[in-house]
Design a protein around this ligand. Sequence first.
Ligand code: FDA
Length: 314
Amino acid sequence: MNPLRPVILAAAGSPRMKQAVTKVPVTAGVVRRFVAGETRAELGPVVRQLLDSGRSVSIDFLGEYTTERAMADAAVAEYVSLIDDLAALNDRDTPIPRVEVSVKLSALGQSLGPDGPAIATENLHKLCAKAVESRVWVTVDAEDHTTTEETLENVRQLRAEFPWLAVAVQTYLRASEGRLRELAADGARIRLCKGAYQEPETVAYQHRAEVDAAYLRCLDVLMRGQGYPMIASHDPALIEAALTMAVENGRGRGDVEFQMLFGIRDAEQRRLAGEGHAMRVYVPYGGQWYGYLMRRLAERPANLGFFLRALADR
Ligand code: FDA
């Protein structure tokens, strides 16, 4: 693991650091590289350009760890408007919609005390009902490990009514492989990612080689299962392995999907889409970009250099 990762992820939780960093306007190069804009108006052209290039999208309205009910309600209202806007851009005849949204349950109220989980479930249900109407599907992001069981339980319950509802699973968590066996047998759409939070050794692998090996084991479970694997990684070795495993398991181009983050490995995204693979780009927008940006900086020390230069230039 990169030695700066724990430091940057610790800073992600510091309100003082947040205050200093968010003074940089969203247009500052490094923020804009990873975030499509602050508003739906700014997001629109970015989405259209990605769709025109043959890629699919999953749109995230930035926000997490909501501490007030009103903020959770505002997030739901924004998602409802977002889904309405996106419906107009969607392709109605593909088996899996090319336009979907990604959502964090902590933005929908999961962390609002004892009632939080119920509030988040109710809010996610509203978004799923809206999604059915608009055919803009939903994937639930994976957050820190204290939320994982609750999030998976929430998704399990809602999948009875909305079987297309997808969820992200992090391979750095030791428990993920076992959890995936159940989800894969159940035919779920699963986004497999390495994991972006700072987690204790008791629950998560700490070394890159262990996380990568776990990724391959989890992917094997998904490829053999009944569900729809979504390979959310920029790692060339894992992408190669996924392409081979898909062939070995008799999965055609429509049975597996690759996913990458907006602003990362754009040429590789285009290459995979150009070869006819399903390639979805996770596109965040909104004013609450701090936590998201810090996780991207933690993944790659070179990003931190760009960011510090942007701060120094002000
Ligand atoms: P790795 O970090 O090994 O990177 C491989 C290569 O990709 C690097 O060598 C570099 O070239 C490039 N790269 C990776 N990160 C970069 C960056 N920030 N800037 C520039 N280049 C970079 N996590 C989570 O905890 N919950 C979630 O719900 C999600 N959701 C999600 C959706 C999608 C579509 C993706 C792609 C990723 C996530 N993640 C996530 C993040 C994920 O867990 C992980 O932190 C990052 O994807 C980085 O891991 P890689 O697999 O890309 O490998």
